[in-house]
Design a protein around this ligand. Sequence first.
Ligand SMILES: NC(=O)c1ccc[n+]([C@@H]2O[C@H](COP(=O)([O-])OP(=O)(O)OC[C@H]3O[C@@H](n4cnc5c(N)ncnc54)[C@H](O)[C@@H]3O)[C@@H](O)[C@H]2O)c1
Ligand SMILES: [Fe+2]
Length: 388
Amino acid sequence: MNTLLKANWNYPTRIWAGPGRIAELATACAALGIRRPLLVTDQGLRDAPMIRQARALVPEAGLFADVRGNPVAANIEAGLHAYRGGGHDGVIAYGGGSALDAGKVIAFMSGQTRPLWDFEDIGDWWTRADERGIAPVVAVPTTAGTGSEVGRAGVVTNEVTHQKKIIFHPKMMPGVVISDPELTVGLPSGVTAATGIDAFVHCFEAYCTPGFHPLADGIALEGMRLIQEYLPRACENGKDIEARSRMLAAASMGATAFQKGLGAVHAIAHPVGAFFNTHHGLTNAVLLPYVIVHNRSAIGAQLRVIARTLDLAGDPYAAFLDWVLEFRRRLRIPHTLAELGVTLDDPDTIGREASLDPSAGGNPLPTDAATYARLFRSAVKGDLQLAG
Ligand SMILES: NC(=O)c1ccc[n+]([C@@H]2O[C@H](COP(=O)([O-])OP(=O)(O)OC[C@H]3O[C@@H](n4cnc5c(N)ncnc54)[C@H](O)[C@@H]3O)[C@@H](O)[C@H]2O)c1
Ligand SMILES: [Fe+2]
């Protein structure tokens, strides 16, 4: 069994996968020439036994745990202060997407002179960065969802404008990833489901976004198949190491695939997360069927292949939509954004922000702000017909 769970991959970066691989944390730091790392994690994990274990494995490491879910710029500022004050020379980004993103962005910003927002993922803004000022990162994911461990971006919320901004640089990719399923066994079933569907949406949106990228398409399809098979198992029995290991792989596959692009699910989830501080994966999980209904006319060919991959019989659109709804029910994902505390106070602002979000450009069907506002309303109310 173990041989099927353990592997070293060099795609898209060095990934050391398998149960117990966290024991190699010091080796990973040494491989990147890091002598005095700053371990960045989120507030929820600060006192977790696995953080104590990591600090025992790398006693030279400093700890910065002031990262909230949906990290904000102030978290990055405080982290930079800790990084510079502690004389660190690299980062161990350890946790879910929030901690991974914060750790990557702190390492990226550690040697820059320009302000954070100058590096938003717009055009060639990344060329503004001084590459010599990017510190190396070891990434240790503890959720299986965002795939941030193999991504070249970090999502940071601008707390002043209520916008989720993507900070991008090709060299933000971690140098080593430790993908250890034992670190995810304590993840509660609800977070497992929400983060797992985030990974599914990454694969789905990447596969459906227009463009010629057969490499991403192949990864996206296999990612969806793995999640169909293993996410329910991981939710039903958190200690199922095989399911946990496949889910970690699928999460990394989602982020590898979405180099091709994303779409309307993420375009809406970003402003909803920025305004209502909802969990990213859970927001995506609620939104997915509404966006499928909306995009129906533009994704017929893709749905035929997806339905085949997921072994769904009958009309591909109906079969896939039914399967998504049933999968969500089984994983206890709510049907409405209202159940996440999202209100209809200002749908036009959400619609406008969604239409301006970088993910909107990848949606298979060009969608304007008014239509995004309608889609948002449909998801708050739970009205699938309003999405069509
Ligand atoms: N960089 C990217 O490409 C990318 C892609 C998608 C999402 N994101 C971002 O990632 C963030 C969401 O990340 P997430 O979904 O992983 O959630 P998260 O990092 O916010 O973590 C969710 C909760 O789970 C807890 N947790 C994490 N690991 C645990 C474990 N093993 N056991 C018990 N509890 C654990 C955390 O403390 C936290 O309370 C958002 O800010 C989102 O915008 C980034
Ligand atoms: Fe996502």
